[in-house]
Design a protein around this ligand. Structure first.
Ligand code: 3PG
Length: 206
């Protein structure tokens, strides 16, 4: 699957900061039971890579990506752990080169037209708009459509159930990313059915 195939699997990619590796499996099972087939586990915590590794072995139906990938070493570690796609908060030619060598789909973050031009020069056409709300939200994405008609986006950062619909209505938006599907209190209480309910509710966003 390329990055567009992966992002086409659902309208919301949950962005997860995981503190305990053992939460990964019940969390992923709850998301899957609620119809969410992809998840991004960030490398912001020690447990991140271990959780990716665990899920890639125990729940192959879930397409697990690594997020907050900043360096080429992060990229390689994430691929070795079994990540099926890689997300970065930003863009660099170095990361794009590493991505091309590793052949695991890459979704880099961009915030400006200049970032988009640089990503396009590396052959990329699918980008994360980050942080979406802080960078101007839907009006900015609409404005990107004129000069960059073939580029598709996954806006992330400040996207929530209230504004997700506005993003998803844009022609150049494939899906959105957000942390609201795995609230801290539900995770710490092991309330996996609450997470399943939040996953189910994403179907009504479209
Ligand atoms: C993040 O920075 O953690 C992700 O972009 C998710 O942002 P959110 O918490 O605003 O959804």
């Amino acid at each position: 699957m390329n990055i567009r195939d992966i992002l086409a699997l659902g309208k919301v990619v949950p962005v997860i900061v995981i503190n305990k590796e053992q939460d990964a499996l019940p969390m992923a099972e709850a998301l899957l039971a609620g119809g969410v087939k992809t998840m991004e586990i960030t490398l912001r915590t020690e447990a991140g890579l271990k959780a990716i590794n665990k899920l890639s072995q125990s729940l192959p139906e879930m397409i697990v990506g690594a997020g907050t990938v900043i360096t080429s070493d992060d990229y390689k570690r994430a691929v070795d752990a079994g990540s099926q796609f890689i997300v970065s908060p930003g863009f660099s030619e170095t990361l794009a080169t590493t991505a091309a060598q590793n052949k695991v789909p890459f979704l880099p973050g961009i915030a400006t037209g200049s970032d988009i031009v640089r990503a396009m020069q590396c052959g990329l056409d699918t980008l994360k708009f980050f942080p979406a709300e802080a960078n101007g939200g839907t009006p900015v994405l609409s404005a990107f459509k004129g000069p960059f008609p073939n580029i598709k986006f996954c806006p992330t950062g400040g996207v929530n159930p209230q504004n997700a619909k506005d993003y998803l209505q844009l022609e150049n938006v494939l899906c959105v990313g957000g942390s609201w599907l795995t609230p801290n209190n539900a995770v710490s209480n092991g309330d996996w059915s609450a997470i399943q309910d939040l996953a189910v509710a994403t179907a009504t966003l479209v």
